[in-house]
Design a protein around this ligand. Sequence first.
Ligand code: C5P
Length: 281
Amino acid sequence: MKQLLDVPAPAKLNLFLHITGRRPDGYHLLQSVFMLIDWCDKLHFELRPGGAVSREDLTVPLPADDLITRAAKLLQQQTGCTQGVHIAVDKQIPAQAGMGGGSSDAASCLLALNQLWDLRLGLETLEKLGLQLGADVPFFLRGRNAWVEGVGEEITPIALPPANFWVIKPSAGVETPQIFKHPDLHRATKPATISVFAAQPYDFGHNDLQPVAQTLCTEVTEALQVLKLAGMNGRMTGSGSAVFAHCTSSTQSLVVPGHWQVRKCSNLEVHPLQGWASSES
Ligand code: C5P
């Protein structure tokens, strides 16, 4: 049996994000396209006897109850597994960015521990566990670019043309719950269809969370301005504060204030761990 595993956890961008309604429990119904990009965290897993789950933060300090630790403990609880693990985390994806870093880490953790602890859980079981950790986790477990509906659990894989994207993360972050509960949030965008999206995948729709994020965080507007000055149409991903643009100009670099992060990213056709858990259906 394997004793060690090194796995990546890629970020996502939401090409658009429409809020189409709200469930009685307060969660929002959405339509979105989630796209994997090559901005990744790296997680290192070491099998430990005795059931203890420990974590070591190699780059950015994470909270004690970070989603990675919660994912490992949830898996132990659900399976009765008595083995332990030490997880070293090389965090590269910024937090409070709308890039799904925490959810992606949780998904990679579930996939890696399913192997390391030899649990043999299928993809659908992992997706149900993942949804308890966060609405975006099932998407990362499925591992394909996807049209996503419901609160994040209705996933339809789609093919996207290879493309490059400028991604800017201002230093200020945005708290997801603050955006979703905001009274000014527009929650009634008319449902769209995949075929209309597919006709212009990198120029479709809008992000309903963006206007609210712009009122709460002026740096979102400033970051969009940087893209505009470089001749590109920017948009926020998820609940922000990161923004992105399809690279349509020959711009080689973008000038941003100190402490902001900027990267030119490529989209991924599939998640690097796609196929690690097999489908039960
Ligand atoms: O599931 P996740 O932890 O990513 O969501 C963070 C918060 O965002 C939730 O507590 C909820 O307030 C809000 N949210 C929502 N509708 C969604 C996803 C998230 O209202 N579909």
